[in-house]
Design a protein around this ligand. Structure first.
Ligand SMILES: Nc1ncnc2c1ncn2[C@@H]1O[C@H](COP(=O)(O)OP(=O)(O)OP(=O)(O)O)[C@@H](O)[C@H]1O
Ligand SMILES: [Mg+2]
Length: 257
């Protein structure tokens, strides 16, 4: 006996847990209330599902606000630190994003509307991180759903490691060579970062490349231009500290090896 009651009991427990979680989402994330452009209805729902599945346990401080995304510090169900990057659906510059996307054969068929574009953008960063994580140091990608990307947190005491821009290189010669080596390794793995600069490199115990949403595969229309631009950006930054080789020389070396 009591089968039905047990059933109802379990059901009620489940509902109770759901409600508790729902409350926690709201409580933990006071940010939700003031940040409607980041946490629109559909993003809240996505986060809520990720919380119910244990991918996100808590979402605390905001680490950064970028052009297209906001990055938050959080923890997963096992208490592991995570970085949660949320691409804004409302305020995104979606026409530009779209034109960048469709030059990449992997995303040629992306539908031309805001949501599809932003979701594809998050997916592209995820896919790129997967490829990159095989050959260089990047935040390990964990999961992407809709406009939310979860990855390994790179930092200490809930603070992200400084960027190369904020934490000048102590050994510019060595770091420059390491960066070019990373660009080379990525290219050999078929990928070009395409937005590489002192802003998208984090300096922890190791050096990490981040922000891979613009990353394109070798077969993209603009692949070589992007590769050249990455090398130029890095060269420009390091030329303040050391003598850097000619861009074309480095480019040729990477292309012909
Ligand atoms: N995995 C991570 N761990 C810790 N901090 C991170 C991580 N990813 C990003 N950050 C923090 O968030 C900042 C912005 O991240 P990122 O460069 O990926 O996005 P963005 O520049 O806002 O992107 P965009 O401007 O292209 O939308 C970084 O400089 C860093 O401080
Ligand atoms: Mg960036």
């Amino acid at each position: 006996m009591g089968d039905i009651e047990d059933h109802i009991d379990v059901y009620e427990r489940k509902e109770e847990i759901k409600n508790l979680k729902r409350e926690r989402v709201n409580r933990d994330s006071d940010i939700f209330k003031v940040r409607d452009e980041v946490f629109d209805q559909s993003t809240r729902l996505t986060l809520f599902k990720l919380m119910n599945n244990g991918y996100i346990e808590s979402l605390n401080g905001e680490i950064a606000t970028g052009k297209e995304a906001n990055v938050f510090y959080g923890k997963d169900g096992d208490g592991k630190e995570i970085a949660v990057k949320i691409y804004r659906i409302a305020t995104s510059n979606f026409n530009k994003m779209y034109s960048y996307l469709v030059g990449d054969p992997r995303f040629y068929y992306t539908k031309k509307d805001k949501r599809s574009t932003v979701f594809a953008w998050a997916k592209r960063e995820f896919k790129n991180l997967k490829i990159a994580s095989e050959v260089i140091n990047v935040p390990k990608p964990i999961l992407t759903r809709n406009n939310v990307l979860i990855m390994e947190f790179l930092g200490k005491n809930m603070k992200a490691y400084p960027t190369l821009k904020d934490n000048k290189s102590k050994d510019p010669e060595k770091d420059f060579n390491l960066i070019i080596e990373n660009v080379d390794k990525l290219y050999k793995a078929g990928l070009i970062h395409a937005d590489l600069s002192e802003y998208n490199i984090l300096m922890g115990k190791k050096m990490y490349f981040i922000d891979f949403a613009q990353g394109t595969i070798k077969d993209s229309i603009m692949a070589q231009d992007f590769l050249k631009r990455d090398i130029e950006n890095i060269g420009r930054y390091f030329s303040n500290y050391i003598e850097v080789p000619e861009v074309n020389e480095t480019l040729k070396r990477i292309l012909n090896e």
